[in-house]
Write a protein that binds this ligand. Structure first.
Ligand code: NAI
Length: 251
């Protein structure tokens, strides 16, 4: 095989879905995939409102109100993709939440919400899209894990467990999806400057920044470019992998 002569628009003609695309890392992933030529379906909860349509307009894509934990979420997405686009090529499971508490105060509702959004939804949606043929052969599944799923973080037993689960999910699913000519990989970001991390107390936030391999917090684009690699033909032969972005290098 020969190397392509140009990577100018590696995703030209592809359809990509990004969940949690209204803001933060998801909005930047939508921008970068669109820059690379993909039509991006920007999905987020109905409450995201204007922010979601702003992202979709900015990237020249479409917006889709989708709570990934809704009973009919997988079916709604599959139907949307098949009817509007004849299926998708790329799905990025970026939607994620935190509900931090010390372990002693960690109640069932916090566990269930975080596991539901961060771990169960990506699994159910991927399974359903593949079963319905809404993710095409040659397709890409890209999950967003976290350094918290590798190293653990005080006050984040639920979140860390969900993100560690994503790593198990990616590794276990890779050989199954390989039979359908679909890859699945994950990014595990360290500390990235977004609304999610702005909610963390100052001292913890500073400690997170200092623990980064680059000794500073990452930007959303750092994560988005790694996602773009997993979406592109450059990673044709890569599956079941977890890449840390701005994660601690010594762990
Ligand atoms: P954010 O809170 O700024 O954005 C998350 C987006 O997901 C929001 O637009 C929100 O409306 C959406 N969302 C939440 N629940 C949803 C649901 N049920 N259905 C659909 N959309 C939903 O968060 P941020 O920082 O951009 O994080 C994005 C992803 O990156 C998450 O999975 C997060 O866990 C992960 N991550 C973030 C890190 C950071 O330092 N910011 C570090 C490691 C991982």
């Amino acid at each position: 095989a020969t190397a392509p002569t140009s990577w100018d628009k590696p995703l030209e003609g592809k359809v990509a879905v990004v969940t949690g695309a209204a803001r933060g890392i998801g909005a930047t992933i939508a921008e970068v995939l669109s820059r690379d030529g993909a039509h991006v379906v920007c999905a987020d909860i109905p409450a995201a409102g204007e922010a979601l349509s702003e992202t979709a307009n900015k990237v020249g894509g479409t917006s889709l109100a989708l709570d990934v934990t809704a009973e009919d979420a997988a079916d709604k997405l599959a139907t949307h993709l098949l009817e509007r686009h004849g299926g998708a090529d790329i799905i990025v499971h970026n939607a994620g939440i935190t509900r931090d508490k010390t372990l002693a105060n960690m109640d069932d509702s916090r566990w269930n919400m975080v596991i539901g959004v961060n771990l169960l939804a990506p699994q159910k949606i991927t399974d359903h899209l593949v079963a319905k043929g809404a993710l095409k052969p040659g397709g890409r599944v890209i999950d967003v894990s976290s350094i918290a799923g590798i190293a653990g973080n005080r006050g984040q037993t639920n979140y860390g467990t969900s993100k560690a689960g994503v790593i198990g999910l990616v590794q276990a699913t890779a050989p199954v999806l390989a039979e359908k000519d679909i890859t699945i990989n994950a990014v595990a970001p360290g500390f990235i400057e977004t609304a999610m991390t702005a909610a963390i107390p100052f001292a913890t936030r500073e400690a997170g920044r200092r623990m980064s391999s680059l000794l500073q917090g990452g930007q959303t684009v750092d994560v988005a470019e790694t996602v773009a690699y997993f979406a592109s033909p450059a990673s044709n032969a890569v599956t079941g992998q977890i890449v840390r972005v701005c994660g601690q290098s010594l762990l």
